[in-house]
Design a protein around this ligand. Structure first.
Ligand SMILES: NC(=O)c1ccc[n+]([C@@H]2O[C@H](COP(=O)([O-])OP(=O)(O)OC[C@H]3O[C@@H](n4cnc5c(N)ncnc54)[C@H](O)[C@@H]3O)[C@@H](O)[C@H]2O)c1
Ligand SMILES: O=C(O)[C@H](O)COP(=O)(O)O
Length: 600
């Protein structure tokens, strides 16, 4: 990125797209119907926003690289969109601090400095394309920021570009055009090779690789592929022979590279590999520049070990003047144009905008890279229990500091099917959120637990005769406790709960059975010797401190034995009032627990 930012308001037709979509409904395909439903949901939020519905704040989406108009329109239905193309690094760091989401293509590096500069505000990174090697995924995850991409909309464009480069190379199209522009007529110097019956080795048999395979078959080529993770059934169905790496290298006439850039694929095409290729071999790269060792490729071309290369992508983009592959007669180059068709750009714009809005809404985005997939149906079903377990985590951690080993038991009618990630993430959030300003969510919860050395052990116990997927949750943990009443017989902090009428309830604490609404506010927990008159004395002290009681409930081990009184209060008692309650004869110990009204 260089130069000063071109900042544009991207405003256009804000709501009209929604009505246009609705009109197409009767004849629409299943995919487009579900897209319309998503757009309608977005539009509903827009209506809420324009009505000033409480709790809805329009998020700000920073679009850092050129994005198709349809995507911008969709984003504008939901949030404030700022298009700032060509920002310097400093400008990016400044703007990201005021953004809830950022959308980039391959030209913007989303580094850990970007996340640091956002100070926790950035919730979503949208990559308008496939490759996410320009996004620091670890930093995103640490910051609880969802990374989404647009994995499908540019597949055909990239495949077509790969085929275009192969055909151009085979028939010297680029060289012939350059020659004629110089007024030359070089027919004998520009004799090409035919593609028919040649072997193309597709390296990386994913979405783009498969589309290249289909097209190469149409050109009469023999198609082999290497991909350690590809299914043999898929290859067979496409009539493609899957081979190991060495065999592919030995047999290919044309190599079409389609793997992502990862630590494993980094510079995997090196001197040794080029040496093992046929002398007529041509390497075509529309994947990522980094999978090739540039110097080794240049040396292999110089030595005549291979015949040529056609490149769309480079280790550093744009390639610096001293890149050894620029300016060679047997290398043709394009400036990362694989995804650059009108159709692909409109497609990725919509695909990424949908994913960004979905993630901003807190829903699982199908293309989330660093968050587990949780279907919206499951999410909806588990939400009340996610809220409950979050509150149980908060209660448990206010009764015992520094939790270490945490056992959680889910009572469920489907132990084999229950996906607990959402619940576990909420538990971790409840356990740690009072000790950090950082966001804890589905994205980073496991990482946060690991960093804090909190071991979460999950058990599912079968609940019979219940209709809900989950019907109860219990959490026990080793921790330092100043409130021994919360300990069970094994000396662990123990809390259990249920959801009743959609609201979270604490039903177990230590050895006590309770019935405490955890919807929010402040709770005073008092262990007492069960005897007449204690409730009145506590009420009197609270009243003296100006504290209004919203509810009171008592659980006891038996008449005139130990009892646990839980008092919901509208205001948090001062230290003096809390001390006055503790000083009541029958009260053995007491503690205040704060609960948030909302959850993530
Ligand atoms: N030039 C462009 O403009 C452009 C456009 C689109 C995609 N791309 C790039 O093309 C690549 C492929 O995109 P896609 O959409 O097909 O992704 P994809 O995830 O569908 O396919 C990638 C395939 O690579 C395979 N793979 C992983 N490691 C491998 C290895 N060591 N050896 C061989 N195969 C390996 C995977 O199993 C997978 O099947 C990505 O790098 C993407 O960024 C570039
Ligand atoms: O990975 C991709 O999707 C392509 O490389 C496209 O990158 P671009 O969005 O920068 O064109």
């Amino acid at each position: 990125m260089n130069g000063s930012a071109r900042v544009a308001s991207c405003g256009r037709r804000a709501v009209r797209g929604r009505h246009a979509a609705s009109c197409r409904a009767p004849g629409a395909s299943r995919a487009s119907r579900s897209r319309m439903a998503r757009h309608q949901a977005i539009a509903d939020d827009l209506d809420k926003a324009s009505l000033g519905a409480p709790g809805f704040e329009r998020p700000t989406v920073l679009v850092a690289e050129k994005l198709g108009a349809a995507g911008i329109e969709l984003l504008e239905q939901y949030g404030n969109v700022e298009c700032a193309y060509g920002m310097s690094e400093a400008e990016l760091l400044e703007k990201v601090a005021e953004s809830d989401a950022i959308i980039v293509r391959s030209g913007t590096q989303v580094t850990k400095e970007v996340f640091a500069a956002s100070k926790g505000r950035l919730r979503v990174v949208g990559r308008a394309g496939v490759g996410i090697d320009n996004v620091d995924l670890h930093a995103a995850t640490q910051n609880g920021c969802v990374v989404v991409n647009a994995p499908t909309a540019n597949t055909v464009a990239a495949a077509e570009h790969g085929i275009a480069l192969m055909c151009s190379f085979a028939r010297n199209v680029a060289q012939a055009d350059a020659s004629m522009r110089q007024g030359k007529w070089e027919r004998s110097a520009l004799v090409g090779v035919s593609l028919v019956d040649k072997t193309i080795a597709i390296m990386g048999f994913g979405k783009v690789g498969s589309e290249v395979a289909r097209r190469a078959q149409g050109l009469g080529m023999k198609v082999i592929a290497h991909d350690p993770y590809a299914s043999a059934d898929k290859a067979k169905a496409l009539g493609v022979e899957l081979v190991d790496f060495d065999e592919a290298v030995a047999r290919g006439d044309f190599f079409s590279l389609h793997m992502p850039l990862t630590p494993t694929t980094d510079k995997m095409f090196n001197a040794e590999v080029f040496r093992a290729m046929k002398p007529n071999a041509v390497v075509i790269n529309v994947a990522r520049g980094g999978v090739i060792n540039d110097n080794d490729l240049a040396a292999a071309l110089d030595a005549g070990e291979i015949a040529g290369a056609a490149l769309d992508v480079y280790t550093v983009e744009p390639p610096p003047a001293d890149n050894p592959l620029v300016g060679r007669p047997n290398v043709i180059l394009t400036p990362h144009l694989g995804a650059s068709t009108v159709e692909a750009q409109e497609g990725v714009a919509v695909e990424v905008a949908e994913a960004v809005v979905t993630a901003l809404r807190g829903e699982p985005a199908p293309s989330a890279i660093n968050a587990p997939m949780v279907s919206s149906e499951l999410m909806k079903e588990l939400m009340p229990y996610a809220d409950l377990i979050h509150k149980l985590g908060i209660v448990a951690t206010q009764l015992g500091k520094n939790p270490k080993k945490v056992n959680v038991t889910y009572k469920t009618q489907a132990p084999d099917d229950l996906d607990t990630r959402l619940l576990r993430a909420n538990l971790v959030k409840g356990l740690v959120e009072h000790t950090t300003n950082a966001t804890v969510n589905l994205v980073n919860a496991d990482l946060v637990a690991e960093e804090r050395q909190i071991e979460i052990l999950e058990t599912k116990s079968t609940a019979t005769g219940k209709t809900d997927l989950v019907s109860g949750v219990e959490v026990s943990m080793t921790a330092e406790s100043d409130f021994p009443s919360a300990l069970n017989k094994k000396g662990k902090i123990f809390v259990g709960g249920k959801v009743k009428d959609g609201e979270p309830y604490l039903t177990k604490l230590g050895d006590f059975e309770l019935d405490v609404n955890l919807s929010g506010g402040c709770l005073m927990l008092c262990r007492q010797s069960d005897q007449p008159g204690v409730i009145a004395k506590v009420g009197t002290q609270l009243a003296a401190g100006g504290i209004n009681v919203s509810f009171m409930t008592v659980g006891r081990t038996g008449p005139r034995e130990d009892a646990m009184m839980v008092i919901g209060v509208d205001e948090k008692p001062t230290q003096e009032t809390a001390a006055a309650v503790s000083a009541i004869d029958a009260i053995k110990e007491s503690v205040l627990v704060d609960l948030p009204m909302t959850f993530f």
